[in-house]
Design a protein around this ligand. Structure first.
Ligand code: PMP
Length: 359
Protein backbone atom coordinates (compact mmCIF):
# COMPACT_ATOMS: atom_id res chain seq x y z
CA UNK A 1 0.00 0.00 0.00
CA UNK A 2 1.15 3.56 -0.50
CA UNK A 3 0.30 6.80 1.23
CA UNK A 4 0.95 9.26 -1.59
CA UNK A 5 -0.13 9.49 -5.21
CA UNK A 6 1.66 7.08 -7.54
CA UNK A 7 1.78 9.66 -10.35
CA UNK A 8 4.07 11.90 -8.28
CA UNK A 9 6.90 9.34 -8.47
CA UNK A 10 7.62 10.28 -12.06
CA UNK A 11 7.33 14.04 -11.45
CA UNK A 12 10.66 15.89 -11.52
CA UNK A 13 11.43 17.97 -8.42
CA UNK A 14 12.03 21.70 -8.59
CA UNK A 15 15.82 22.04 -8.73
CA UNK A 16 17.14 25.26 -7.19
CA UNK A 17 20.51 26.73 -8.12
CA UNK A 18 23.43 25.10 -6.32
CA UNK A 19 24.22 26.42 -2.87
CA UNK A 20 27.25 28.78 -2.73
CA UNK A 21 28.58 27.61 0.66
CA UNK A 22 28.44 24.05 -0.56
CA UNK A 23 30.53 24.75 -3.64
CA UNK A 24 33.03 26.86 -1.69
CA UNK A 25 33.55 23.91 0.66
CA UNK A 26 33.85 21.40 -2.15
CA UNK A 27 36.39 23.38 -4.17
CA UNK A 28 38.23 24.80 -1.14
CA UNK A 29 38.03 28.30 -2.63
CA UNK A 30 37.45 31.65 -0.92
CA UNK A 31 34.20 32.48 -2.66
CA UNK A 32 31.89 31.33 -5.40
CA UNK A 33 29.61 33.38 -7.65
CA UNK A 34 26.00 32.40 -8.06
CA UNK A 35 24.36 33.37 -11.33
CA UNK A 36 21.64 30.76 -11.17
CA UNK A 37 18.44 32.11 -9.64
CA UNK A 38 17.71 35.33 -11.53
CA UNK A 39 18.08 37.61 -8.55
CA UNK A 40 19.15 41.23 -9.09
CA UNK A 41 22.63 41.49 -7.52
CA UNK A 42 22.50 44.78 -5.61
CA UNK A 43 21.17 43.74 -2.19
CA UNK A 44 18.04 44.98 -0.41
CA UNK A 45 16.62 48.35 -1.49
CA UNK A 46 17.25 51.29 0.85
CA UNK A 47 14.93 51.31 3.86
CA UNK A 48 13.58 47.81 3.39
CA UNK A 49 15.65 46.07 6.07
CA UNK A 50 14.57 48.76 8.55
CA UNK A 51 10.91 48.35 7.62
CA UNK A 52 11.16 44.59 8.04
CA UNK A 53 12.90 44.93 11.41
CA UNK A 54 10.19 47.28 12.62
CA UNK A 55 7.38 45.02 11.37
CA UNK A 56 9.00 41.99 13.00
CA UNK A 57 8.12 43.41 16.42
CA UNK A 58 4.56 42.34 15.68
CA UNK A 59 5.42 38.80 14.66
CA UNK A 60 3.42 37.16 17.45
CA UNK A 61 0.24 38.33 15.68
CA UNK A 62 -1.14 37.19 12.34
CA UNK A 63 -0.71 39.70 9.53
CA UNK A 64 -3.63 41.38 7.83
CA UNK A 65 -5.31 38.54 5.90
CA UNK A 66 -5.89 40.46 2.71
CA UNK A 67 -2.69 42.53 2.97
CA UNK A 68 -4.98 45.53 2.52
CA UNK A 69 -2.43 48.31 2.75
CA UNK A 70 -0.11 46.60 0.30
CA UNK A 71 -2.97 45.74 -2.04
CA UNK A 72 -4.04 49.38 -2.04
CA UNK A 73 -0.49 50.54 -2.77
CA UNK A 74 -0.15 48.11 -5.69
CA UNK A 75 -3.59 49.06 -6.99
CA UNK A 76 -2.70 52.72 -6.90
CA UNK A 77 0.70 52.22 -8.50
CA UNK A 78 -0.70 50.19 -11.38
CA UNK A 79 -4.03 51.97 -11.80
CA UNK A 80 -6.36 49.05 -11.09
CA UNK A 81 -9.14 48.50 -8.54
CA UNK A 82 -7.81 47.07 -5.26
CA UNK A 83 -10.36 44.22 -5.31
CA UNK A 84 -8.57 42.92 -8.43
CA UNK A 85 -5.19 42.54 -6.69
CA UNK A 86 -4.22 39.37 -4.82
CA UNK A 87 -0.86 38.96 -3.07
CA UNK A 88 0.73 35.67 -2.12
CA UNK A 89 3.79 33.75 -1.04
CA UNK A 90 5.75 34.39 -4.22
CA UNK A 91 4.15 34.45 -7.65
CA UNK A 92 4.80 30.73 -7.89
CA UNK A 93 2.23 30.16 -5.13
CA UNK A 94 -0.24 32.34 -7.00
CA UNK A 95 0.36 30.36 -10.19
CA UNK A 96 -0.45 27.25 -8.20
CA UNK A 97 -3.62 28.79 -6.82
CA UNK A 98 -4.71 29.85 -10.30
CA UNK A 99 -4.46 26.25 -11.47
CA UNK A 100 -6.36 25.10 -8.39
CA UNK A 101 -9.05 27.68 -9.08
CA UNK A 102 -9.54 26.62 -12.70
CA UNK A 103 -8.71 22.93 -13.11
CA UNK A 104 -10.41 19.73 -12.08
CA UNK A 105 -8.38 16.50 -12.39
CA UNK A 106 -7.85 15.70 -16.05
CA UNK A 107 -8.26 19.28 -17.25
CA UNK A 108 -5.44 20.70 -19.32
CA UNK A 109 -2.87 23.37 -18.57
CA UNK A 110 -1.13 24.59 -21.69
CA UNK A 111 2.28 26.24 -21.92
CA UNK A 112 5.32 26.62 -24.10
CA UNK A 113 8.34 24.41 -23.42
CA UNK A 114 10.93 25.15 -22.37
CA UNK A 115 9.52 27.58 -19.93
CA UNK A 116 9.38 28.09 -16.17
CA UNK A 117 10.13 24.74 -14.58
CA UNK A 118 7.43 25.15 -11.91
CA UNK A 119 4.57 24.94 -14.45
CA UNK A 120 4.67 21.14 -14.87
CA UNK A 121 4.97 20.68 -11.12
CA UNK A 122 2.03 22.98 -10.43
CA UNK A 123 -0.15 21.30 -13.05
CA UNK A 124 0.64 17.82 -11.77
CA UNK A 125 0.02 18.88 -8.17
CA UNK A 126 -3.54 19.83 -9.12
CA UNK A 127 -4.05 16.58 -11.02
CA UNK A 128 -4.22 18.53 -14.28
CA UNK A 129 -2.61 17.38 -17.52
CA UNK A 130 0.28 19.42 -18.91
CA UNK A 131 0.20 20.16 -22.62
CA UNK A 132 3.58 21.47 -23.73
CA UNK A 133 4.03 23.20 -27.05
CA UNK A 134 7.68 23.24 -28.18
CA UNK A 135 9.37 26.63 -28.44
CA UNK A 136 10.14 27.97 -31.90
CA UNK A 137 13.61 27.47 -33.38
CA UNK A 138 14.39 30.96 -32.01
CA UNK A 139 13.62 29.73 -28.46
CA UNK A 140 10.40 31.77 -28.14
CA UNK A 141 6.73 30.92 -27.69
CA UNK A 142 5.01 29.48 -30.74
CA UNK A 143 1.69 31.21 -30.11
CA UNK A 144 0.15 29.91 -33.34
CA UNK A 145 0.85 26.31 -32.31
CA UNK A 146 -0.32 27.08 -28.78
CA UNK A 147 -3.65 28.39 -30.06
CA UNK A 148 -3.99 25.25 -32.18
CA UNK A 149 -3.31 23.05 -29.12
CA UNK A 150 -6.33 24.36 -27.17
CA UNK A 151 -8.95 21.64 -26.60
CA UNK A 152 -12.25 21.60 -24.77
CA UNK A 153 -10.31 20.38 -21.70
CA UNK A 154 -7.97 23.40 -21.70
CA UNK A 155 -8.68 25.54 -18.62
CA UNK A 156 -5.54 27.62 -18.19
CA UNK A 157 -2.66 28.80 -20.39
CA UNK A 158 0.63 30.17 -19.10
CA UNK A 159 2.38 32.68 -21.33
CA UNK A 160 5.72 33.52 -19.77
CA UNK A 161 6.78 36.92 -21.07
CA UNK A 162 9.75 37.29 -21.09
CA UNK A 163 10.24 33.55 -21.06
CA UNK A 164 12.26 31.85 -18.36
CA UNK A 165 14.79 30.34 -19.17
CA UNK A 166 15.29 31.61 -22.73
CA UNK A 167 14.77 35.36 -22.16
CA UNK A 168 12.75 35.73 -25.35
CA UNK A 169 9.64 37.89 -25.41
CA UNK A 170 6.44 37.90 -27.43
CA UNK A 171 5.40 41.16 -29.03
CA UNK A 172 2.07 42.91 -29.14
CA UNK A 173 0.74 41.87 -32.58
CA UNK A 174 1.33 38.15 -31.92
CA UNK A 175 -0.10 38.37 -28.41
CA UNK A 176 -3.15 40.29 -29.67
CA UNK A 177 -3.77 37.60 -32.25
CA UNK A 178 -3.32 34.83 -29.71
CA UNK A 179 -5.65 36.35 -27.13
CA UNK A 180 -8.29 36.82 -29.83
CA UNK A 181 -8.04 33.11 -30.65
CA UNK A 182 -8.39 31.85 -27.06
CA UNK A 183 -11.96 30.83 -26.11
CA UNK A 184 -13.54 33.14 -23.55
CA UNK A 185 -13.79 30.38 -20.91
CA UNK A 186 -10.05 29.68 -20.85
CA UNK A 187 -7.91 31.69 -18.45
CA UNK A 188 -4.66 33.13 -19.85
CA UNK A 189 -2.00 33.86 -17.24
CA UNK A 190 0.54 36.37 -18.47
CA UNK A 191 3.52 35.65 -16.23
CA UNK A 192 5.59 38.82 -16.13
CA UNK A 193 8.11 37.94 -13.43
CA UNK A 194 10.76 39.88 -15.39
CA UNK A 195 8.66 42.78 -16.68
CA UNK A 196 10.83 45.45 -15.05
CA UNK A 197 13.80 44.30 -17.15
CA UNK A 198 12.06 44.63 -20.52
CA UNK A 199 13.65 47.29 -22.72
CA UNK A 200 12.03 46.50 -26.10
CA UNK A 201 9.08 48.91 -26.48
CA UNK A 202 7.23 46.45 -28.74
CA UNK A 203 6.88 44.01 -25.85
CA UNK A 204 3.56 44.94 -24.23
CA UNK A 205 3.17 45.66 -20.52
CA UNK A 206 0.27 43.36 -19.73
CA UNK A 207 -1.03 45.52 -16.89
CA UNK A 208 -1.33 48.44 -19.29
CA UNK A 209 -2.48 46.49 -22.32
CA UNK A 210 -4.43 43.38 -21.37
CA UNK A 211 -5.50 43.54 -17.72
CA UNK A 212 -9.04 44.61 -18.61
CA UNK A 213 -9.74 41.48 -20.61
CA UNK A 214 -12.07 39.15 -18.75
CA UNK A 215 -9.99 35.99 -19.16
CA UNK A 216 -6.53 37.48 -18.57
CA UNK A 217 -4.57 37.39 -15.31
CA UNK A 218 -1.31 39.27 -14.96
CA UNK A 219 1.23 37.67 -12.63
CA UNK A 220 4.11 39.69 -11.17
CA UNK A 221 6.72 39.21 -8.49
CA UNK A 222 8.83 41.30 -6.15
CA UNK A 223 11.53 38.61 -6.10
CA UNK A 224 13.56 39.91 -9.00
CA UNK A 225 13.79 43.66 -9.69
CA UNK A 226 12.44 44.55 -6.23
CA UNK A 227 14.96 42.43 -4.37
CA UNK A 228 12.60 40.44 -2.14
CA UNK A 229 13.22 36.85 -3.29
CA UNK A 230 13.95 35.67 0.25
CA UNK A 231 10.74 37.13 1.69
CA UNK A 232 8.36 35.67 -0.91
CA UNK A 233 5.96 38.27 -2.27
CA UNK A 234 4.14 38.00 -5.56
CA UNK A 235 0.90 39.49 -6.79
CA UNK A 236 -1.66 39.10 -9.51
CA UNK A 237 -4.20 41.35 -11.14
CA UNK A 238 -7.38 39.66 -12.36
CA UNK A 239 -11.00 40.47 -12.95
CA UNK A 240 -12.98 40.60 -9.67
CA UNK A 241 -14.71 37.25 -10.26
CA UNK A 242 -11.36 35.52 -10.78
CA UNK A 243 -9.71 37.34 -7.87
CA UNK A 244 -12.55 36.25 -5.58
CA UNK A 245 -12.19 32.60 -6.59
CA UNK A 246 -8.42 32.77 -6.15
CA UNK A 247 -8.79 34.17 -2.61
CA UNK A 248 -11.05 31.24 -1.70
CA UNK A 249 -8.36 28.65 -2.42
CA UNK A 250 -5.34 30.70 -1.36
CA UNK A 251 -3.66 29.53 1.85
CA UNK A 252 -4.77 31.98 4.56
CA UNK A 253 -2.16 34.56 5.61
CA UNK A 254 0.12 33.59 2.76
CA UNK A 255 1.67 37.05 2.53
CA UNK A 256 3.66 37.23 5.77
CA UNK A 257 3.86 40.24 8.03
CA UNK A 258 7.43 41.00 6.99
CA UNK A 259 6.72 40.40 3.30
CA UNK A 260 3.92 42.97 3.45
CA UNK A 261 6.11 45.53 5.20
CA UNK A 262 9.03 44.90 2.86
CA UNK A 263 6.91 45.19 -0.26
CA UNK A 264 5.43 48.49 0.91
CA UNK A 265 8.89 49.89 1.64
CA UNK A 266 10.24 48.59 -1.67
CA UNK A 267 7.41 50.22 -3.64
CA UNK A 268 8.59 53.56 -2.29
CA UNK A 269 11.98 52.93 -3.95
CA UNK A 270 10.87 52.59 -7.53
CA UNK A 271 13.39 55.09 -8.86
CA UNK A 272 16.20 53.02 -7.42
CA UNK A 273 14.65 49.89 -8.93
CA UNK A 274 14.63 51.54 -12.35
CA UNK A 275 18.27 52.56 -11.90
CA UNK A 276 19.32 49.05 -10.92
CA UNK A 277 17.40 47.50 -13.79
CA UNK A 278 19.23 49.86 -16.15
CA UNK A 279 22.58 48.59 -14.87
CA UNK A 280 21.45 44.99 -15.29
CA UNK A 281 20.08 45.41 -18.80
CA UNK A 282 23.25 47.17 -19.97
CA UNK A 283 25.25 44.25 -18.61
CA UNK A 284 22.82 41.80 -20.22
CA UNK A 285 23.55 43.30 -23.61
CA UNK A 286 27.31 43.27 -22.98
CA UNK A 287 27.29 39.62 -21.88
CA UNK A 288 25.15 38.66 -24.88
CA UNK A 289 27.63 40.27 -27.28
CA UNK A 290 30.61 38.66 -25.56
CA UNK A 291 29.00 35.20 -25.75
CA UNK A 292 28.16 35.68 -29.41
CA UNK A 293 31.83 36.48 -30.02
CA UNK A 294 32.53 33.08 -28.46
CA UNK A 295 30.19 31.64 -31.13
CA UNK A 296 27.30 30.92 -28.75
CA UNK A 297 24.02 31.66 -30.50
CA UNK A 298 22.42 33.59 -27.61
CA UNK A 299 18.89 34.82 -28.37
CA UNK A 300 18.06 38.45 -27.50
CA UNK A 301 16.99 38.54 -23.86
CA UNK A 302 14.43 40.86 -22.31
CA UNK A 303 15.05 39.55 -18.80
CA UNK A 304 17.97 39.50 -16.36
CA UNK A 305 19.47 36.29 -17.69
CA UNK A 306 20.75 34.92 -20.97
CA UNK A 307 20.22 31.56 -22.63
CA UNK A 308 23.05 29.52 -24.09
CA UNK A 309 21.45 26.95 -26.41
CA UNK A 310 24.18 24.35 -25.96
CA UNK A 311 21.91 21.31 -26.36
CA UNK A 312 23.26 18.18 -24.71
CA UNK A 313 26.50 19.99 -23.82
CA UNK A 314 24.53 21.96 -21.22
CA UNK A 315 25.32 19.81 -18.19
CA UNK A 316 29.05 19.62 -19.01
CA UNK A 317 29.20 23.39 -19.50
CA UNK A 318 27.45 23.93 -16.16
CA UNK A 319 29.87 21.60 -14.40
CA UNK A 320 32.87 23.32 -16.06
CA UNK A 321 31.67 26.75 -14.87
CA UNK A 322 31.11 25.37 -11.36
CA UNK A 323 34.60 23.94 -11.25
CA UNK A 324 35.74 27.53 -11.83
CA UNK A 325 33.58 28.83 -8.98
CA UNK A 326 30.65 30.15 -11.04
CA UNK A 327 27.24 28.58 -10.49
CA UNK A 328 24.93 28.70 -13.52
CA UNK A 329 21.76 26.77 -14.32
CA UNK A 330 22.00 23.99 -16.92
CA UNK A 331 18.78 22.57 -18.33
CA UNK A 332 19.98 19.35 -19.90
CA UNK A 333 19.56 18.64 -22.85
CA UNK A 334 18.54 22.11 -24.06
CA UNK A 335 20.81 24.81 -22.77
CA UNK A 336 22.14 26.85 -19.89
CA UNK A 337 20.60 29.89 -18.23
CA UNK A 338 22.94 32.45 -16.75
CA UNK A 339 21.72 35.26 -14.52
CA UNK A 340 23.22 38.71 -15.06
CA UNK A 341 25.21 39.80 -12.01
CA UNK A 342 27.49 42.73 -11.26
CA UNK A 343 30.06 43.62 -13.96
CA UNK A 344 32.77 41.77 -11.96
CA UNK A 345 30.60 38.68 -11.60
CA UNK A 346 29.78 38.74 -15.29
CA UNK A 347 33.47 39.02 -16.17
CA UNK A 348 34.19 36.00 -13.99
CA UNK A 349 31.43 34.09 -15.77
CA UNK A 350 32.69 35.09 -19.21
CA UNK A 351 36.19 33.90 -18.36
CA UNK A 352 34.78 30.60 -17.08
CA UNK A 353 32.58 30.29 -20.16
CA UNK A 354 35.48 30.85 -22.53
CA UNK A 355 37.53 28.20 -20.74
CA UNK A 356 34.56 25.79 -20.66
CA UNK A 357 33.81 26.24 -24.35
CA UNK A 358 37.43 25.67 -25.32
CA UNK A 359 37.89 22.68 -23.03
N1 PMP B 1 7.48 33.09 -12.89
C1 PMP B 1 8.66 33.02 -13.51
C2 PMP B 1 8.69 33.09 -14.97
C3 PMP B 1 9.83 32.87 -12.78
O1 PMP B 1 10.99 32.77 -13.41
C4 PMP B 1 9.77 32.82 -11.36
C5 PMP B 1 10.99 32.68 -10.51
N2 PMP B 1 11.97 31.85 -10.97
C6 PMP B 1 8.52 32.90 -10.79
C7 PMP B 1 7.40 33.03 -11.56
C8 PMP B 1 8.32 32.76 -9.33
O2 PMP B 1 8.90 33.74 -8.59
P1 PMP B 1 8.47 34.00 -7.09
O3 PMP B 1 7.72 32.81 -6.61
O4 PMP B 1 9.74 34.21 -6.37
O5 PMP B 1 7.61 35.21 -7.15
Amino acid sequence: TRLTRADLDALPSYVPGRNVADLVRELGIAEAIKLASNEVPYGPLPGVVEAVTEAARGMHRYPDLAALQLRDALAERYGVAAERVVTGCGSVALAEVLVKATCMPGDEVLYSWRSFEAYPIIAAGAGATSIRVPNTGDHGHDLTAMAAAITDRTRLIFVCNPNNPTGTAVRKPELDRFLAAVPSDVLVVLDEAYRELVTDPTVPDALETYADRRNVVVLRTMSKAWGLAGLRMGYLVAQPEVATAVRKVLTPFSTSLVAQAAALAALAQEQEVVRRCGLVTAERDRVTEALRKLSVDVPDSQANFVWLPLGDRAAAFGAACESRGVIVRPFQPDGVRVTIGTPEENDAFLAAAEAALNA
